[in-house]
Design a protein around this ligand. Structure first.
Ligand code: LRH
Ligand code: MN
Length: 422
């Protein structure tokens, strides 16, 4: 049962479809002059999908403050229905990635049915050993999978294995592991000892993976640790994944790199060595800001997709954002469009001509060939894909016309203010 009345979407589309048809035909003519068939691009666009972060459906915060939004979801069931609204309007996010224990339920099989009934399925599940949870014996204050304290390591391994068990009941096929383990001061811990303890723990988790599952290792330069992080960069991540085995892959979170890092090359290298397992999309200007994807550096996002398309890579595509000021549903709709838009632009790159210019070392024509695709306005293709799939030509206008958030603010308790990322 879709959360919004489909008539609302049809009514919204009525006023927009004629203009869309015109824009789509015009773009079709433009692309035809480039020997590109817009219908084949539309088909590939309809085939593209990504996962929503359960933790991004509520309002996010910083260490300074979190400002609740009346009507924001307060539990996994409300998050699921908000995710279903995004899927009904945007038609490109049919999966949701859960985070345990934040989304833990006593009956995962029932949650799976609840999701499927709303057109959603589950992508990778995320473990959480970066916070202490009620009732746990050993603290993660000094680390989890890499902790010197064996109880903390054992507890963290058991938590990850429990996440696999929950994920299996949900129909997931991947465990995503990001740990905050690291140090704030030189000398605080042995840098090699910490990695070796991590590898020992990771092997135990790897051994518990079902044959058709992947383990996604997510690197991050810093935060919450501010001097060293055990899995700090793609180099450590790929070495760990190679050490663990074929089911271990690397997850690239766009915001987890030093400013100026060539992230598209990190992605290209991981693809080259068969170790790119997933991407966490977001945007940032300084640190791990978790801003809306494409809001700060849309060209970088395009260049990442240029590598993914050039190498026909299809890892787990997931959004990982924190919405501190905007309505999470609106931000996720706009971010999904930015991501698909980058994918579609990457499809428009004239790769034969690009290769010719690269072979001739014609630097100007090579960069212009890539730029031409980036500068193509593909919004008519994105809107037509939504229309063809039963979604909204203008998802934000349709969402606002639905009155969903106002209605939910009457039903849902106001979430607590505070200071935390979720
Ligand atoms: C760490 C991270 C990780 C999630 C968390 C919510 O910064 O990107 O992927 O577990 O955010
Ligand atoms: Mn992430």
């Amino acid at each position: 049962m879709a959360p919004l009345p489909q008539e609302l979407i049809e009514r919204q589309n009525q006023g927009l479809s004629a203009a869309l048809e015109e824009d789509f035909l015009a773009l079709g003519r433009t692309l035809a002059r480039r020997n590109i068939d817009i219908q084949s691009i539309l088909t590939k666009t309809l085939d593209f999908s990504l996962a929503l972060p359960s933790w991004g459906l509520g309002v996010g915060g910083t260490r300074f403050a979190r400002f609740p939004l009346p009507g924001e979801p307060t539990n996994i069931h409300e998050k699921l229905s908000d995710a279903a609204v995004i899927q009904q309007l945007g038609r490109a996010t049919p999966r949701i990635s859960l985070h345990f224990p934040w989304d833990k339920v006593s009956d995962p099989a029932a949650l799976r049915e609840e999701a499927v009934a709303q057109g959603m399925t589950f992508d990778a599940v995320n473990s959480n050993t970066f916070q202490d949870h009620p009732g746990q014996l050993a603290t993660y204050k000094h680390g989890s999978l890499s902790a010197v304290n064996a109880e903390a390591r054992t507890q963290a391994v058991a938590h990850n294995i429990e996440c696999i068990a929950l994920g299996r009941k949900l129909g997931s096929k991947a465990l995503s592991i990001w740990i905050g383990d690291g140090t704030n001061f030189p000398g605080q811990q042995s840098l090699t000892g910490a990695l070796d303890r991590y590898l020992h723990s990771a092997r135990e988790i790897y051994a518990a993976l079902p044959d058709d599952w992947q383990m996604l290792v997510e690197h991050k330069l810093y935060e919450p640790a501010f001097y060293s992080t055990v899995i700090a960069d793609w180099g450590t991540s790929i070495l760990v994944a190679q050490e663990l085995g074929a089911k271990a892959r690397c997850l690239v979170d766009i915001g987890h790199h030093a400013p100026g890092t060539n992230i598209e090359q990190v992605v290209a290298r991981l693809i080259r060595f068969g170790k790119l397992g997933g991407l966490h999309f977001n945007d940032s200007k300084y640190g791990d800001d978790d801003l809306d994807t494409g809001s700060i550096d849309p060209h970088r996002l395009f260049l990442v997709f240029n590598e993914l398309v050039e190498n026909s890579a299809r890892p787990h595509f997931m959004i990982d954002q924190s919405h501190n000021l905007t309505d999470p549903i609106e931000s996720l709709l706009v971010s999904a469009e930015a991501i698909i838009g980058s994918f579609v632009r990457a499809l428009l790159v004239d790769r034969a001509t690009l290769t010719e210019h690269q072979v001739d070392n014609d630097v100007m024509m090579a960069t212009r060939t890539l730029r031409r695709a980036y500068e193509t306005d593909v919004t008519p293709i994105l809107a037509m894909a939504r229309l063809k799939a039963g979604g909204a030509i203008d998802p934000i206008a349709a969402f606002r016309a639905s009155g969903w958030r106002a209605a939910k603010s009457q039903e849902r308790p106001l979430a607590r203010p505070g200071s935390d990322i979720v």
